[in-house]
Design a protein around this ligand. Structure first.
Ligand code: ZN
Length: 322
């Protein structure tokens, strides 16, 4: 947390404003936990979220995980953060002949930008997010060994794009390592809006205290202030988020966060410009805590990132097919 500005203000797992949420969260719990229990029953890695017996977060292969479909593993594995994914892939759509996602537009938002570290003045500029003004963007966090969140998000995003394109989707990025910094959070939202995206996923990893581990999906609160009006997207975004959470549990074996979301893996926030300004279904996913050694071991593993991308893709596919 002492790092340069974690993504956002640390959210409080407060209970006060969770009235209508509780029911919906309760509805999710079985889904997420079922996926998790299935994993623990089938999986053999011991990374089950029980806490005590998690000797090694070895992402061992098991039958429920994504088969390492040839393309992604050879196309964009920049393991261990040595270098950004080399794949000079097309930054937008590829005409996919067919597939279950044909005709669907998915915008992927790789959180932060590796260049943000060198553009403090630019990213610190305030932009209006409806409810208030906030920094254009932040640097993001990193593991203690220096693997940055920006590297992580772009790598997962590229893997995710490959999977979605193989299924026929039109995929657009908010940034593809092709600009010196940013974009700002308001522009990130605008890109999804202008694309008339059927779904938008913003990819992140958290910078919380060591010992805090697991993933969580962030859903937009109902916000109606200034340029922000999330009311039409609250329900579909929740649906998208729940499906991503359930599939992420199943494919990665990671447990929902043990420090936020009360074990559901879901958190609702009203302080994120990327959500407040969205007019299309959108969620964030914090794939793990980069400051926790066990989570960091996963986040820096190319094999695990492939599972993460697969889990997210399955959630998107499920959402788009209702
Ligand atoms: Zn982030």
């Amino acid at each position: 947390m002492s790092y340069v500005g974690p993504d956002f203000d640390p959210p409080q797992p407060r209970r006060s404003r969770r009235g209508p949420l509780t029911v919906a969260l309760a509805a999710l719990v079985p889904t997420a936990l079922v996926g998790w229990l299935v994993y623990t029953a089938v999986g053999d890695s011991g990374d089950g979220g029980g806490g005590a017996d998690k000797a090694a977060p070895a992402p061992t292969s098991h039958s429920t995980s994504a088969p390492p479909s040839a393309a992604p593993s050879s196309a964009s594995p920049s393991d261990d953060g040595k270098k950004p994914s080399p794949s000079p892939t097309v930054s937008t759509s590829r005409p996919a002949a067919s597939g279950p996602l044909k005709g669907k537009v998915v915008v992927i938002d790789p959180g932060h930008n590796a260049g943000n570290f060198q553009h403090a003045a630019d990213i610190n500029r305030k932009v209006n997010i409806g409810t208030n003004w906030k920094e254009c963007d932040t640097t993001g966090t990193s593991t203690n060994a220096g693997y940055t969140e920006a590297q992580f998000t772009l790598d997962v995003a590229r893997r995710l794009r490959t999977i979605l394109q193989e299924q026929g989707a039109t995929v657009k990025f908010t940034q593809d390592g092709d600009r010196p910094w940013g974009p700002c959070v308001d522009e990130r939202a605008r890109i999804g809006n202008n694309a008339h995206a059927d779904a938008v996923v913003s990819i992140h990893a958290d910078g919380s205290a060591a010992g805090n581990h697991g993933f969580h999906v962030i859903l937009p609160a109902s916000v109606h202030a200034g340029a922000a009006d999330t009311r039409p997207i609250v329900a579909p975004s929740r649906d998208l988020g729940e499906r991503i959470a359930g599939n992420f549990v199943r494919d990665t074996g990671s447990a929902p966060s043990n420090y936020i979301g009360d074990g559901t893996g879901l958190v609702v926030r009203r302080d994120l410009g990327g959500l407040n300004l969205s007019t299309v279904p959108k969620v964030f996913i914090e794939c793990g805590n980069m400051r926790d050694s066990k989570d960091a071991a996963l986040l820096t593993s190319g094999a695990w990132r492939q599972k993460a991308a697969h889990g997210i893709s399955e959630g998107i596919v499920s959402f788009l097919h209702g």
